[in-house]
Design a protein around this ligand. Sequence first.
Ligand SMILES: [Zn+2]
Ligand SMILES: [Zn+2]
Length: 71
Amino acid sequence: MIIRVKVNNMSEKQQSAQLPVCSSCNRPIMPGDKASRFNCPECGDILVWRCEKCRKFSREYRCINCGFEGP
Ligand SMILES: [Zn+2]
Ligand SMILES: [Zn+2]
């Protein structure tokens, strides 16, 4: 008889998942932050992240792909 042992193999999700980085201030954006993200209006290839602070102060961001700068 084979005894099946249930292994609680809840492999912990790796915490090292890369955080998005604010395109304006280059700070990592935490999961709970009220950051906004949108695709670059110019090339559409890059997902631009803006942290709460940068939204508040409407800092400029720069697309790393096409160099588009905008508020
Ligand atoms: Zn920022
Ligand atoms: Zn772009």
